[in-house]
Ligand binder design. Structure first.
Ligand code: NAD
Length: 455
């Protein structure tokens, strides 16, 4: 497998993919080693993961350079990602004692009722490339804390980062056999689906997630899917600082080149503030520097995958053929690298793919609405349900709107944001199950109920 730098198209490294034989060997090691890891005290496992977080900090420049080289995100955004993962690990390790320890639900002279959170065993994590540290941390950190062994398959587009994660986890004290990396793409993923894992935790596209869910269903083991989104954002007419809202929401749409599961993917603006908002939004987008992700000040680097350039061009062409107007951007950048101009479209509607299907790139459609009712109807008009955002001065107005949208996360005056303290979960085509929060700590366990009567 060739690892390609998306900014230069230079081959960074060639690396051998796993085979069914090597996966079977890794799986057998995981299976053998897991019970001893589960017998470590929880405090000991917590300390190992805390050490992993310290190592991320110690090696941050090296890790950020590798991440930028293989996925193309600007260097500062790579550093931000590593630091973001550290914040999540902090929350998870701080709260593991509270949510993974035995719970006594009742006790009297005769009877006690107790819950123990047992690890599932050996879990499989098939992961995405867009935020490998963040989406990886959501899964392998709580899974390890709970006493599981983990087979981690990084995306084929973030393999080198996956190998760094493995190196540092082992340096931190995770026993060699307890964490294994599966190297490769779809074919290696398929091998994992036919292996007898005790749980599957997938982050990626709706199409792959649906396939994996169907494929592993006969195993009767837990399967969680964190999938894509078409996240809506509504700007109400009572916002006070239009320029600040335009800048903040543009960042929510274009950070990481729009390649975030919770990136703002469609914007609805109240007609009273529409013209001013669009003007400020376009001004903000035009102010960004596009270029090599290693250059200081660059906000828009290359897309991570070559195929995405054509995909975005097709979406934009389809929208234009139905009447959309491009205010800025709209095409690939000539020369080496998978660069695409940040693009703003207006005169869009829900007959266009750009307002219905995930773009996962630096493209946004902005639509004028007559008021809250129309905004709600349009926000709801989707098969996805990851996040939704409302910008307004009025909290009640915003939360009343958000309550009507079937999404796992609602944002008032913010967007494109994840907190380790809150469940991260999708609905509909955005998936099911939750990572992060108390729910995500327990997602890798099976509760066992003890009814303990004194003789
Ligand atoms: P993808 O579905 O193409 O691939 C994800 C993983 O699945 C990769 O490791 C890939 O090798 C593997 N895979 C592909 N086909 C497989 C098969 N047949 N069997 C087993 N494994 C297979 O997704 P991607 O391009 O890596 O990631 C982008 C998508 O992920 C976007 O839709 C994005 O919104 C979503 N995402 C969601 C979240 C979330 O938390 N909800 C987070 C990050 C990304």
């Amino acid at each position: 497998m060739k690892i390609i730098n998306p900014a230069t198209e230079v081959v960074l490294q060639e690396i051998a993919e796993d085979t069914s034989g090597s996966i079977a060997e890794k799986f057998s090691q995981l299976k053998t080693a897991q019970p001893a890891w589960a017998k470590f005290s929880l405090d000991r496992r917590i300390n190992v993961l805390k050490r992993f977080s310290e190592l991320l900090a110690e090696h941050i420049e090296h890790l950020a350079a590798i991440l930028t080289a293989e996925v193309g995100k600007p260097l500062q955004q790579s550093r931000n990602e590593v630091n973001g993962a550290r914040a999540r690990i902090q929350w998870l390790t701080d709260h593991a004692g509270r949510y993974l320890s035995e719970e006594e639900m009742s006790r009297d002279e005769k009877m006690a009722e107790v819950i123990r959170y047992e690890p599932l065993g050996v879990v499989c994590n098939i992961s995405a490339w867009n935020y490998p540290y963040l989406v990886g941390t959501n899964v392998f950190v709580p899974a390890l804390l709970a006493g599981n062994a983990v087979m981690y398959k990084p995306s084929e587009y973030s393999t080198l980062t996956g190998l760094q994660i493995e190196r540092l986890l082992k340096l931190a004290g995770v026993p060699d056999e307890v964490f294994q990396v599966a190297i490769g793409g779809k074919e290696v993923g398929e091998i994992l689906l036919t292996t007898d894992f005790d749980g599957y935790y997938f982050t990626g596209s709706y199409k792959t997630g649906q396939y994996i869910y169907e494929k592993v269903a006969p195993k009767m083991v837990p399967c969680q899917c964190e999938l894509g989104g078409k996240d809506p954002l509504y700007v109400a007419d009572d916002i006070s600082d239009i320029a600040a809202v335009a800048a903040g929401t543009a960042d929510g749409a274009f950070y990481n080149n729009g390649q975030s599961c919770c990136a703002v993917e469609r914007i609805y603006v109240h007609e009273k503030v529409y013209d001013a908002y669009v003007k400020e939004f376009v001004k903000e987008v035009k102010s960004w520097k596009l270029g090599l992700p290693t250059e200081a000040g660059v906000y828009i680097g290359p897309l991570s995958r070559a195929s995405q350039v054509q995909f975005l061009e097709n979406q934009i062409d389809e929208a234009k053929s139905k009447g959309a107007v491009v205010l800025t951007g709209g095409k690939r950048v000539a020369g080496k690298g998978y660069f695409f101009e940040p693009t703003v479209l207006v005169n869009v509607n829900h007959q266009m793919e750009i307002m219905r299907e995930e773009s996962f790139g630096p493209v946004i459609g902005i639509m004028k609405v007559s008021g809250d009712e129309e905004a709600i109807q349009l926000m709801k008009d989707t098969a996805y349900g990851l996040t939704a955002a409302v910008y307004s001065r009025d909290e009640k107005r915003a939360t009343d709107i958000l309550a009507q949208v079937d999404a796992g996360t609602g944002y008032w005056n913010c967007c494109d944001r994840v907190s380790a303290a809150l469940p991260w979960s999708g609905r509909g085509h955005s998936g099911f199950g939750a990572t992060l929060s108390h729910a995500g700590l327990r997602a890798f366990t099976k509760p066992k109920s003890y009814h303990l009567r004194k003789a």
